[in-house]
Design a protein around this ligand. Structure first.
Ligand code: 0O2
Length: 210
């Protein structure tokens, strides 16, 4: 276990640093504009049991984890609207504190499960007491509706180990379709929503000053 703790140190550090950096993007938007394309950011280091499961499933030798398992460090950036995702991806590509090494667009090409999300894999340099270590991290960018569906499907997957009963499968397909339509509907009234949100946050500021 000591070996794992040591192996995961740079991943933990990367998550801590990246959460601050990506949340910082949100704060900057809030300061400078009325709308932020980033709703919230989460991050986690993959638990050792999940690393071992995935390595086994994908036949990744344990001495190749650093180069072949891209999501030991994982972050999620949630957006309100589908077109915010592109804005966020462009911002990530333009940063010079990490390098984008791969992108997977499961929005234009959803997975057979119904999963939709945009994945950006980055190479991130971590400064450690024994020098710089470059690690891979996966940033998943998705709308709140995509995140809701993926979170529920992920828990059910855990319960049924991918072998869903027919009824659950049908309902998950319908739910994926509903989440897709929800995103479309919200995009249609995006300006209306943003005006209301700007009005709400201005009023909140005014109340704070009283
Ligand atoms: P965790 O930490 O439990 O979420 P693949 O074999 O293609 O599925 P790959 O090649 O490692 O996976 O990379 P990819 O495609 O970027 O997918 C990795 C992660 O995306 C998964 O991590 C999930 O977080 C998410 N994901 C991918 N497909 C689905 C899906 O059908 N449903 C849900 N809910 N999430 C999905 P892990 O490994 O599951 O780990």
């Amino acid at each position: 276990m000591k070996h794992w703790d040591q192996f995961l140190i740079p991943y933990k550090q990367a998550i801590d640093e990246l959460k601050i950096k990506l949340k910082g993007m949100r704060s900057q938007f809030e300061q400078e504009y009325e709308h932020s394309p980033i709703e919230f950011v989460t991050g986690r280091v993959k638990p050792v049991a999940s690393i071992l499961d995935k390595a086994h499933q994908k036949r990744i030798p344990l001495d190749k984890l650093v180069t072949e398992m891209q999501d030991i460090a994982g972050l999620r950036m949630m957006c309100q609207f589908v077109d915010d995702i592109e804005t966020v991806v462009k911002l990530l590509r333009n940063r010079n504190d990490f390098r984008v090494v791969e992108e997977r667009n499961y929005i234009s090409h959803k997975k057979p499960s119904g999963y939709r999300s945009y994945h950006v894999v980055i190479e991130y340099p971590v400064q450690t007491i024994s020098g710089e270590k470059k690690i891979l991290a996966e940033i998943q960018i998705r709308t709140l509706a995509m995140n809701f569906w993926a979170t529920i499907e992920h828990s059910l997957n855990y319960k049924y180990k991918g072998q869903f009963p027919e009824e659950i499968n049908t309902r998950l397909e319908r739910a994926a379709e509903a989440a897709f339509r929800l995103d479309e509907e919200m995009s249609q009234i995006k300006e209306e929503i943003q005006e209301a949100q700007a009005y709400f946050s201005k009023n909140k500021e005014a109340v704070k000053k009283i």
